[in-house]
Design a protein around this ligand. Structure first.
Ligand SMILES: *[C@@H]1O[C@H](CO)[C@@H](O)[C@H](O)[C@H]1NC(C)=O
Length: 144
């Protein structure tokens, strides 16, 4: 007599798990754009004035966009998850730290001639890589 109830219970748990995992994967899909490979460099304070916010302080987990992502200023305020992948020929061989992803907000435009796709604040760069490297290979992803 207990068996049908147990089966029913097991069924609803399974359905709940399936629905939950569908919700998690669809929301993940909506929030994260495709990953792009590139390089990152860093710049140092003072971070103001910035092209996007003038003298409005945006903290230190910020970055300047290269022309690859600047998009006529549409990049202002966008968040990017930046992951250190490896060194480059120009930097030190193994610059990535264990916690190798940082989320930054675009507040500025990297002047033409900027060497990477994203110019991170010194603080953001130091979160994912050895500052001595100066430039690193990254994978970056916009959050919308
Ligand atoms: C860094 O990225 C470039 C371009 O994708 C690649 O050619 C190079 O091998 C990478 N460096 C390392 C150390 O993986």
């Amino acid at each position: 007599m207990a068996t049908p109830m147990a089966v029913k219970f097991h069924y609803s748990i399974t359905m709940a798990l399936i629905v939950t995992s569908c919700l998690i994967s669809s929301s993940h899909f909506l929030e994260a754009q495709a990953q792009t490979d590139g390089t990152a460099t860093y710049y140092t304070a003072p971070y103001m004035p910035s092209d996007c916010y003038g003298y409005e302080d945006q903290g230190v987990l910020i970055a300047a966009a290269s022309d690859a992502i600047w998009n006529n200023g549409a990049a202002c305020g966008q968040s990017y998850a930046v992951t250190c992948m490896s060194g480059t020929n120009a930097g030190t061989p193994h610059p990535c730290l264990d916690s190798s992803t940082v989320t930054v907000k675009i507040v500025d435009r990297c002047p033409s001639g900027c060497r990477g796709a994203i110019d991170l604040s010194q603080e953001a760069f130091a979160t994912i890589a050895d500052l001595n490297s100066g430039v690193i290979n990254i994978s970056y992803q916009e959050y919308v």
